[in-house]
Design a protein. Sequence first.
Length: 134
Amino acid sequence: DGVPVIYQVILKSNITEKTDTISATNYDTTFIGHAMNRLKSIDSLLEYAPGESLDVTVTGNGLVLDTHCVFFASCNKANRARLPSGAGQVLLSGSGIVNLYIEMIAKDVYYYLTPEKPYNSTIWLIPIKIGGGG
């Protein structure tokens, strides 16, 4: 048994075709991209248009294989979308600064009632800006 680990998330705008990659970690002090362990100032948040859909690709890394997980994405606690095999689309909702949630959940919790399995998951909360507000 193990906890799934998200290695990276790729977001592609369906409007601008811009691709943003968010890595789990990066310790390079000259790194200018986005990483979960290197928070940036609020004026450098990823920015998208209201009502936009994003193509989302999630890559795992660790003891729990991607094929043993289910994936979801949601924005602003709405429009929760399943991402088959870690890829799919999520509809953005809200305006200003909102949260984009990426979930990677071990499948065995859904299938094994005896013996009971723990609910193992990883959830990334990524602040984004919709419509330039905030």
